[in-house]
Design a binder for this molecule. Structure first.
Ligand code: 5GP
Ligand code: 5GP
Length: 230
């Protein structure tokens, strides 16, 4: 090779390497699949809640979101403002979304604001793997698959305002889903620690649950936590 072409070959190689690093660094390692207990959102000391315009949700866990994450615990967000939430793309899923992904924030809404926030903040960071329809469909599928409330009830853990051991709650979810959950607690208006959100992990191709590579920080529970009614 002539000196000149060797030089341009090297430059090309460097450019390709740079592009590879940029592309890979926009990627992510796994997803958190996060479900919330509506009773603990509503009776929390920090927030009151508003039922959706479509009515009070069922006494069941609801979806909070599907969040791309890195193995070091950090996460990308708001990755593509050029791909806004577009409800017509998921019109076939809306009935299912209202039931399983209800919004409890005030003022009351039908869900679009919450879904749009989740898509734009988190979903746009995994759009290379799941497009909008795939993102919402996959998340709804995980809710059906994990059946958290059933797993807890089977173990005698009911949303009745009693207090249960955190270990028993984790064991029941592991027994039901096959995977170890992370439990996030918040506090009710009397300051009691209560079961607020359950985190499970999904591989970065969106194809199956995995053991979580890392658990979130914060939201720690005491050894005994309340499971409020809704
Ligand atoms: P908070 O500060 O209430 O725990 O979380 C606020 C928001 O930050 C969440 O609703 C979620 O959008 C995002 N978030 C918090 N922790 C994590 C995390 O560990 N991973 C990801 N991907 N997002 C998170
Ligand atoms: P995040 O998870 O993705 O960053 O934060 C949740 C955002 O969605 C907050 O701005 C919150 O006000 C809004 N939101 C709307 N409905 C709900 C709900 O039912 N639960 C939670 N946790 N946030 C909701």
């Amino acid at each position: 090779m002539r000196m000149e072409s060797k030089f341009s070959f090297l430059i090309n190689l460097l450019v390709l390497q740079y592009l590879a690093v940029v592309c890979v660094s926009q990627d992510f390692d796994f997803f958190y699949f996060v479900q919330q207990w509506p009773g603990s959102y509503c009776d929390s000391a920090k927030s009151s809640c508003c039922y959706p315009t479509t009515g009070k949700p069922a006494a069941d866990f609801g979806i909070h979101g599907l969040w791309p994450n890195y193995n070091d615990g950090s996460y990308p967000q708001n990755c593509d403002s050029g791909n806004p939430f577009d409800e017509p793309k998921i019109s076939d899923l809306i009935g299912n979304m209202r039931k399983n992904w209800p919004t409890l924030a005030c003022p009351s809404g039908s869900g679009e604001t919450f879904w749009s926030h989740e898509w734009e903040k988190h979903g746009t960071c995994s759009e290379s793997v799941l497009d909008q329809h795939g993102y919402f469909e996959t998340t709804l599928g995980l809710k059906q698959q994990t059946k958290l409330l059933q797993a807890l009830k089977t173990a005698g853990i009911n949303p009745d305002g009693s207090t249960y051991s955190l270990e028993n709650i984790k064991d029941a979810i592991k027994e039901g889903t096959g995977y170890t959950p992370w439990i996030e607690c918040n506090r009710d208006s009397s300051g009691n620690s209560q079961l607020y959100q359950v985190y499970l992990c999904l591989d970065n191709s969106g194809s199956g649950l995995i053991e979580c590579p890392v658990f979130p920080r914060g939201g720690k529970c005491g050894p005994e936590i309340e499971f409020p009614s809704f």
